[in-house]
Design a protein around this ligand. Structure first.
Ligand code: AP5
Length: 210
């Protein structure tokens, strides 16, 4: 299964992707995680570090090249879930071309829908365990004692608001593009993590059964 999760910052893409990937036996590929790992390794150019901290997108060619390389790896042979890519029409077109060149296609694009007022609270109170990558929320999924927690540089309230605006502007053409291809499924992302997981698994039922 080749699957994309689209959704605004804090919608729950990363949280839900981990569950779906275990269930489907596919790998999760998050461009945000790849860029943050490059930053920690000192390999992300300073101008891109600044862009990310400000809540702006990095250039299309940077993420397209990351995805081109990563999806060629042997662990992607069984399929993959792209979390946070593509975000723009040029990224979507580049992905379509690179998959077509390999004789592959996308199965489904799942849009996780959450209203803006909930997104701010979800992102600002998010904490991630540096060692395990596990995502917590100080109110809804509290971390266990002893977790080595990190607060993302772009999870400050004003930056999250900017990211939501960026998402809305840049993806206005992305969802109609996939709707036109007939592979878009919209899922309500409001409710407990378990409720949302149930809706996602129901929406993906026919693909998971293959
Ligand atoms: P990225 O890392 O992709 O961030 P994002 O898309 O903004 O998404 P988030 O990681 O903030 O949220 P999420 O939907 O994964 O939510 P989560 O599951 O953690 O991108 C970061 C930056 O990298 C971008 O701004 C850009 O600069 C750059 N970038 C990345 N990809 C790019 C691309 N393709 N092109 C250009 N630039 C790119 O959940 C959030 C919180 O809510 C957690 O605390 C969680 O515990 C909680 N939660 C989850 N579900 C629920 C629920 N149902 N109820 C209550 N709480 C919940």
């Amino acid at each position: 299964m080749r699957l994309i999760f689209v959704g605004p910052p804090g919608a729950g893409k990363g949280t839900q992707a981990k569950v779906v990937c275990v269930k489907a036996g596919i790998v999760q590929i998050s461009t945000g995680d790849m860029l943050r790992a490059a930053k920690v390794a000192g390999k992300l150019p300073a101008d891109l570090v600044t862009k990310m901290a400000a809540g702006s997108l990095v250039p299309d060619d940077v993420v397209i090249s990351l995805i081109d390389e990563r999806t060629k790896a042997p662990d992607c042979a069984n399929g993959f879930l792209l979390d946070g890519f593509p975000r723009t029409a040029p990224q979507a077109e580049a992905l379509g071309k690179l998959l077509a060149a390999r004789g592959q296609a996308l199965d489904v694009v799942l849009a996780l829908e959450v209203p803006a007022d909930l997104l701010i609270e979800r992102a600002v109170l998010r904490r991630t365990d540096k060692r395990t990558g596990q995502i917590y929320h100080l109110k809804y999924s509290p971390p266990p004692p002893g977790a080595d927690l990190e607060h993302r540089a772009d999870d400050l309230e004003e930056v999250v608001r900017k990211r939501v605006e960026t998402y809305e502007a840049m993806t206005a053409e992305l969802l109609p593009y996939y709707e036109g291809l007939g592979i878009l499924k919209r899922v309500n992302g409001v409710g407990s993590v378990e409720e949302v997981t149930g809706r996602i698994l129901a929406a993906l039922g026919e693909y998971l059964a293959r």
